[in-house]
Design a protein around this ligand. Structure first.
Ligand SMILES: [Zn+2]
Ligand SMILES: [Zn+2]
Length: 133
């Protein structure tokens, strides 16, 4: 990733390196705020707007992607780990759904509307098994 950044003419700063470390060391969905807190020790000069700017750039490079789990802020993860999310309206449980779950819906929508869905960008709301009982 560092090579990719350099090849695209981006500077590899200490803060950017710290951000990438955090993303690769524990790959999971988290907000920019969470990331800023995680890397605070390694890069104390990196404020929240710098984190957002860096995430935007990494997203343009295809390294990072974001998703919206609900009404709160977007969460970020490595792009190669992108998957769908099912979020329970009652208890807030988040279920990670592998991409192939959406294959049939994808094919159907493509066929009927010529539309290419992106099921990973927003979570699908509903009720989890526990809350339905
Ligand atoms: Zn978005
Ligand atoms: Zn629930």
């Amino acid at each position: 990733v560092l090579d990719l950044l350099r090849a695209r003419g981006s500077r590899v700063t200490t803060s950017r390196r710290a951000l990438l470390h955090a993303l690769f060391d524990t790959p999971r969905d988290r907000t920019a705020e969470d990331l800023a807190a995680e890397i605070h020790d390694a890069a104390p000069d990196m404020n929240i707007s710098t984190v957002y700017r860096n995430l935007d750039e990494l997203e343009r490079l295809g390294v990072v992607t974001h998703t919206h789990l609900g009404h709160g802020p977007a969460t970020y993860n490595l792009a190669n780990l992108a998957r769908g999310h099912l979020v329970c309206d009652s208890c807030g449980a988040v279920i990670e759904a592998p991409g192939e779950i959406f294959d049939r819906l994808s094919a159907e929508v493509e066929l009927r509307f010529g539309f290419d869905i992106d099921p990973n960008h927003f979570a699908i709301p509903g009720k989890c098994r526990g809350c339905r009982q």
